[in-house]
Design a binder for this molecule. Structure first.
Ligand SMILES: *Cc1c(COP(=O)(O)O)cnc(C)c1O
Length: 494
């Protein structure tokens, strides 16, 4: 199994180990398999297996040359999870269920991948006989940073530098992240939004001078963003696990399709669902749910991706993104792997700010995807509605998935059973959830808001309390986007 860049028409190949070790291709593209796996497996036995077995199987399809994938799965999905199912499925009324992806140590779905990535990276370096120190350089819209710090904490031969938008994440997310950093881990706030931070990170990442300076110090960059194939593939497993749970409880019969509604930012989570479908899992529609930064909704509607618009900070901050990195992998797939075309669109996006796909490609996208968005008031209304009708407490991101899925069902008449991916615990966003339930702006924030939420709903958040506020937060350092490169050099003394 070999990998190549989405932007390289000559299709130079690298091994899976190299793709994981580098994170991002040198031309700025994303690594994808040269031949997409076509595994044969028994759907019933695979999807009914325990989570560790499903994960090991999926990783084996993409990374067959890495040693000890059973060990990866065991270490990644062990007692640090609050649910033995890892990603349990909870039924609501009607034909809707919730796939809870937030039972990991940092309470968001990023843990599913970031508990596995350090294991994969360590084995990739072993396979390559590589001994450099890996510098995980990451831009975060809130949850990736914390999950990366947690996943890489204490992992020999690694360091982590996280940049987050100063005004773009919730106070609870910020406190959690600043408390999470361990030795050899730096957290830096950027005066700007997520896109500015992510764009600069990509530039620093692909800067040859920077790479040379790091190499002199026995260091090299890698990425913990979903641009890294080693972070993306572990997420494919929970689509199989969800399917098995839906069959086991009779929601669907084996072989029938499920729809999935996915709160989307960088397009990693939903792309994992598309990969699951390509691998033969019976997936109907993938419902791409966005917030007020609805570039993707407009793209699926029109075939034109246009980032030239106001960036809005919303109450679902992990989805405040105008440039969705992983869409590039989808474009590569639906163009029949036309890297020249993908490179040209990505160039137009960087220079002009927009590109349009052909009617044929647009139609192809519509076969697998539906899309919609919710504004901040609709987010709060949905949290309240679901709590009243189902007694289920959604976080703001997951509520967007619920809202868009309901709209889609009403408008399309598609009555297939639908799985909503719940991407974060409501405990991470107590202010917004409280405002939704009470109809008023809360008088409290952070820990006090979480306690108030517990009182109001009768739910205990003891584990969440410890995970979010149990560690002393360090004071943040704040830099401008232009200062990011110098900051990285200073931290690394490179
Ligand atoms: C990261 C994140 C998302 C968006 O996921 P992508 O893979 O970037 O599309 C949605 N919800 C939450 C809570 C997140 O942390």
């Amino acid at each position: 199994m070999e990998y190549r860049s989405t932007r390289d028409p000559h299709a130079h190949t690298v091994s899976a180990a190299t793709a994981i070790r580098q994170g991002l291709a040198p031309d700025g593209g994303l690594f994808v398999p040269t031949t997409f796996p076509e595994p044969s497996y028994d759907l019933a036995s695979l999807t009914q297996a325990d989570y560790q077995t499903i994960a090991q199987t999926v990783l084996g399809w993409f990374f067959p040359d890495l040693a000890d994938l059973a060990g990866v799965a065991r270490a990644a999905y062990g007692s640090q999870w609050a649910s033995a199912a890892i990603t349990p499925l909870v039924d609501l009324r009607g034909n809707t269920s919730i796939l809870e992806l937030f039972h990991g140590p940092t309470l968001a779905f990023k843990d599913v991948a970031l508990q596995a990535l350090p294991q994969l990276l360590t084995r990739a370096k072993q396979a390559l006989g590589a001994s450099e120190e890996t510098v995980i350089l990451t831009a975060t819209s809130g949850d990736t940073g914390t999950a990366a710090l947690r996943g890489f904490r204490g992992v020999a031969g690694t360091r982590v530098i996280v940049f987050y938008p100063n005004d773009g994440i919730s106070p609870v997310q910020e406190a959690q992240m600043l408390g999470q950093a361990g030795d050899h881990q730096a957290v830096v706030a950027v005066e700007g939004n997520f896109d500015q931070a992510q764009t600069r990170v990509k530039e620093i990442f692909t800067d040859p001078q920077m790479a040379a300076a790091l190499a002199d110090h026995g260091q090299a960059f890698s990425s913990a963003n979903s641009m890294n194939i080693g972070r993306l593939i572990p997420q494919v497993a929970y689509y199989f696990a969800a399917y098995g749970q839906a069959v086991a409880r009779g929601t669907i019969k084996l072989g029938e399709a499920l729809n999935f509604a996915v709160p989307t930012g960088n397009f990693g989570d939903i792309l994992a669902g598309y990969y699951a479908k390509q691998l033969g899992l019976p997936v109907g529609r993938l419902i791409c749910a966005s917030n007020e930064n609805h570039v993707l909704t407009d793209f699926f509607a029109s075939g034109t991706y246009d980032k030239r618009r106001q960036f809005t900070v919303t109450n679902a901050p992990a989805m405040d993104i105008l440039v969705s990195s992983n869409l590039e992998r989808l474009l590569f797939a639906v163009t029949g792997e036309d890297a020249g075309q993908v490179a040209s669109w990505m160039d137009q996006l960087a220079t002009v700010g927009c590109y349009s796909v052909s009617p044929a490609v647009h139609a192809k996208l519509g076969e697998s995807f539906a899309a919609g968005y919710a504004n901040p008031d609709q987010v709060k209304d949905e949290i309240r509605r679901v709590f009243i009708e189902d007694g289920y407490l959604l976080d703001p991101h997951s509520a967007i998935g619920a809202f868009v899925a309901r709209r889609y069902q009403e408008e399309s008449g598609d009555e297939r059973p639908t799985v909503l991916l719940a991407t974060a615990s409501p405990a991470k966003f107590p202010e917004t959830v409280l405002a939704a339930l009470t109809g008023q702006d809360p008088q409290t924030s952070g820990q006090a808001a979480l306690a108030e939420l517990s009182r109001r709903t009768g739910q205990s958040f003891a584990r969440e309390q410890t995970a979010l506020f149990g560690r002393q937060a360090r004071a943040p350092r704040v830099v401008t986007p232009a200062e990011m490169e110098a900051t990285v050099r200073e931290i690394l003394q490179a």
